[in-house]
Design a binder for this molecule. Structure first.
Ligand SMILES: [Zn+2]
Length: 358
């Protein structure tokens, strides 16, 4: 009788310590973009470099190619890395299927379609989140990735509208002043969106006195993105993987800049891109924005990994500071943008900072 009791006690203790460890292990990730032309050996080398530098997970953009992802998962796992399937969700540059359907694309307030009239940059090719065919196309791509064996999550990126306001540091680059909502950057006024909105609210945004202060029209678009996310969550979980997303720094800011309200989504983890240099902010803003997001998610299941923009850091000392600020303000991990930007000295700093947390 004594032995089983002791065994049970040990088992219970080890379960408690495992659960505790899982809860408190701060994780480190990196976003990378895959290239099918590179060899398995080359990727094995790259993944080992990350693992040695303290990285725990890679978020891989395979241009929504399940085959390429399936090739890379075992290589990464063999090096001890977890893999997330990163997908450009509503912005689908050069999507060969979507390009056959010009009516799937978002339309601006001044009546131009993203299909052939792209805001800011040529790769801004946004699909409508309301139109049945375009949202089903995106969700089909999510499912294709969710089925890949061994991944942790499908990781949504560009899960929002095009920027109605660009980050302040980017405005001079485009020679733009954005003191108000400009019609050429305001989406989606396609027939599907306008008619669905009219049905619900008995008014037409095209004849609105001022769409910038029409809260139903704003909320309609926030909800259109939320509906895609919530459906993607069901799909991911059906295939026993998580749903995660790269999002704007904190909910109010995401709402204001890109019509994205991620604190209301059904999602496991978010990776807010707290890229302080985009907004001409100081390094302490990484802590501020992390804290705001964590507070907005209080009582909810969704956890935060702080996204850190490596080229925006002045030194390895700042890198360490950013990691510690993310942790101190309630993030469960950090993720770096991107793999190419991480120097050997950055990786040494990450490994040393990770070791100091134990
Ligand atoms: Zn639309």
């Amino acid at each position: 009788m004594k032995l089983p009791k002791l065994f049970l006690l040990l088992l219970t203790l080890s379960m408690i310590s495992c659960a505790k460890k899982d809860e408190t292990t701060f994780k480190f990730g990196v976003w990378i973009t895959a290239d099918a032309k590179r060899t398995d050996e080359d990727y094995a080398k790259e993944f080992k470099k990350y693992k040695d530098g303290g990285i725990d997970e890679v978020l891989i953009n395979t241009n929504t190619d399940p085959k390429l992802l399936g090739r890379l998962v075992p290589i990464a796992k063999e090096k001890g890395l977890k893999v997330h399937a990163w997908i450009m969700a509503m912005n689908r540059p050069n999507d060969s299927v979507a390009l056959q359907h010009p009516d799937w694309y978002q339309v601006s307030k001044d009546g131009k379609s993203c299909f052939d009239n792209r805001p800011y940059v040529d790769y801004y090719q946004w699909l409508c989140p309301t139109k049945k065919e375009s949202r089903e196309h995106v969700l089909g791509l999510v499912e294709g990735l969710a089925k890949v064996k061994g991944i942790e999550s499908v990781h949504l990126d560009y899960i929002r509208f095009p920027d109605i306001f660009l980050p302040i540091s980017l405005l001079p680059k485009y020679n733009l002043v954005q003191d108000e909502e400009l019609p050429q950057f305001d989406f989606c006024y396609c027939d599907a969106c306008v008619s669905k909105f009219e049905k619900e609210h008995h008014k037409n945004p095209k004849t609105s006195h001022n769409t910038a202060i029409d809260m139903e029209w704003k909320n309609f678009r926030l909800n259109a993105i939320k509906a895609v996310v919530d459906d993607a969550y069901e799909i991911a979980h059906k295939h026993h993987v998580k749903l995660t997303a790269a999002v704007f720094p904190y909910p109010e800011m995401a709402d204001h800049m890109v019509r994205q309200r991620w604190d209301k989504w059904n999602i496991d983890e978010v990776y807010p891109m707290i890229y302080h240099s985009f907004y001409n902010e100081e390094i302490d803003w990484v802590g501020y924005a992390t804290k705001q997001g964590v507070a907005d998610l209080e009582g909810k299941k969704t956890k935060i990994n702080t996204g850190i923009y490596i080229p925006g850091l002045k030194s390895d000392a700042e890198l360490k500071e950013a990691i510690l600020m993310a942790k101190d303000n309630g993030a469960i991990g950090v993720s770096f943008f991107d793999g190419n930007a991480l120097s050997d000295s950055n990786l040494k700093t990450i490994a040393a900072t990770k070791a100091s947390l134990k």
